[in-house]
Design a protein around this ligand. Structure first.
Ligand SMILES: Cc1ncc(COP(=O)(O)O)c(C=O)c1O
Length: 456
């Protein structure tokens, strides 16, 4: 019964999204759908009630059910091509299923969900996450896991905390995730950068920095990096871990999109030193629901007490209702099937974006080519500014991100734009890139400049 009624909901939403059911159209009668899905009329009524509650459809007594259709495509004049938003694709967020998990969590945990709770996080959730992490090649136990209010909180706390190596500086890839740069700026932490391209980092340079710059930790996004989309090879990851050990440097590994990796042989850095050197962070924001504010950190034993003090002084514990509901969602197996669905979705969108870039962008405009993830970056010709490009496209309802804030001041560049595929409607990708290509060509005509191109 459970699966059938969800199947009906999904089928109707798909038809709405694909334009097969448009605003005002009448839905099949309860009897017709019951026959089509070989289920009882009650199952169909339950599905219709859910859709009505979410305002996708409405009913007229004695007449039937009709489409409101929040998923209907906008007309051309309303197009918004959103390469900017970096939350997960809203059309596949499992709201209804999760609503059931929230209700069940309240039934099961009762008052525990609404009082102060274990500072380290609900134990049963930590058990579930520990099991899930095995699919990402992270083998650990629940006692080393800490639930935090989003991975941003973990990063913020780690920047401010003293580390067992007694060192004080931080090393980051350049460019990198803006939220981390904000954190180091706010804490006035001395920060070094190392250039990252799609070919990786210069490992000799890394060794030089580890040896000479009193590095407390290296913050690294190992897969589908934000903003480039870069992923390290296993050999590179192994080497980075070796160097970290040699020079007593910690690694903060932000595996925010590891779940989307189609390569089952790709390891996190954690796999090369599971017990002491690597702090592994896994967010549930990009692949699930960012509003839950739930992420997890796996810490070396030596850092656990200290981290707990910092976490306690920040917020006591993370929201327990979110934790309880996520626990049930993971236990039910729904999370694994959700991951399967989104993996295929993002690989498809990324492919469509790269095909559009390949065929439409001027030949001397480079772009990164990740196999999945959310982000791809475009390197504009040197005489074309990212700021200006982003501004001009905004006037055409096409939104992209100028990546200049993702650099430390001494690495700053104004020719990189970041595109996120997570919320863009696949059918508008071609149009968005066509407009970008025209914009680049017209800006180039205005400011001719020698052919210097930064290769990523
Ligand atoms: C690389 C990276 N790490 C961490 C975060 C923060 O995510 P969370 O919602 O888990 O705090 C983001 C958000 O965009 C991100 O891009």
């Amino acid at each position: 019964m459970e699966a059938k009624y969800l199947g009906i909901i999904e089928d109707i939403k798909d038809k709405m999204a694909n334009g097969l059911l448009t605003t005002g159209s009448k839905l099949p009668s309860v009897r017709q759908l019951a026959e089509q899905f070989s289920c009882s009329k009650n199952t169909v009524i339950r599905a219709y009630n859910e859709l009505e509650k979410e305002h996708f459809i409405f009913s007229i007594p004695k007449s039937g059910y009709y489409v409101v259709n929040k998923l209907e495509q906008p007309t051309t004049s309303q197009y918004v091509v959103d390469f900017l938003s970096a939350g997960p694709d809203k059309t596949i967020m499992p709201y209804i299923e999760f609503q059931h998990c929230i209700n069940q969590a309240i039934d099961i945990y009762k008052e525990e969900l609404f009082s102060y709770s274990d500072q380290q996080g609900l134990y049963s959730l930590r058990v579930q996450i520990t099991k899930y992490l095995q699919s990402l090649q992270v083998f650990t136990d629940p006692d080393r896991l800490f639930i935090v209010s989003g991975s941003q909180q973990a990063l913020h706390l780690l920047v401010s905390m003293p580390f067992p190596n007694g060192k004080s500086n931080i090393l980051i890839e350049q460019p990198t995730y803006f939220g981390f740069i904000e954190s180091v700026h706010l804490h006035q932490a001395t920060t070094f950068g190392i250039d990252l391209t799609m070919e990786g980092i210069d490992l000799e340079r890394l060794e030089y920095i580890f040896r000479n710059n009193d590095i407390k930790f290296f913050y690294i996004v190992p897969r589908f990096q934000n903003p480039l989309g870069h992923s390290y090879t296993n050999a590179e990851k192994r080497k980075i871990v070796e160097l970290a050990e040699k020079y007593d440097v910690y690694i903060v590994e932000d595996d925010f999109l590891g779940d989307l990796d189609p390569d089952s042989k790709s390891d996190p850095l954690f796999a090369y030193n599971p017990s002491g050197r690597i702090i592994y962070i896994k967010s549930f924001s990009k692949v699930f629901l960012p509003g839950l504010r739930v992420a997890t950190v796996v810490l070396p034993t030596i850092m656990m007490n200290h981290f707990l003090r910092y976490k306690f002084s920040a917020d006591f514990n993370s929201a327990v209702l979110s934790q309880g509901a996520l626990d049930i969602y993971l236990k039910s197996g729904m999370f694994n099937s959700h991951i399967k669905t989104i993996k295929a979705l993002y690989v498809g969108k990324m492919k469509a974006l790269q095909e559009a870039c390949e065929s439409l962008l001027p030949s001397h405009t480079n772009f990164t080519k990740p196999v999945s993830g959310f982000y791809l970056s475009i390197v504009l010709p040197d005489n074309v500014s990212a700021k200006q490009t982003v501004h001009l496209l905004k006037n055409k309802n096409i939104f992209m991100d100028d990546a200049s804030r993702m650099f430390l001041p001494e690495f700053k560049r104004d020719n990189l734009i970041r595109l996120s595929i997570s919320q863009v409607d696949e059918q508008f990708i071609h149009h968005g890139i066509e407009e970008l290509a025209q914009c680049i060509s017209s800006l180039e005509r205005k400011k001719p400049y020698p052919n210097t191109i930064h290769l990523l």
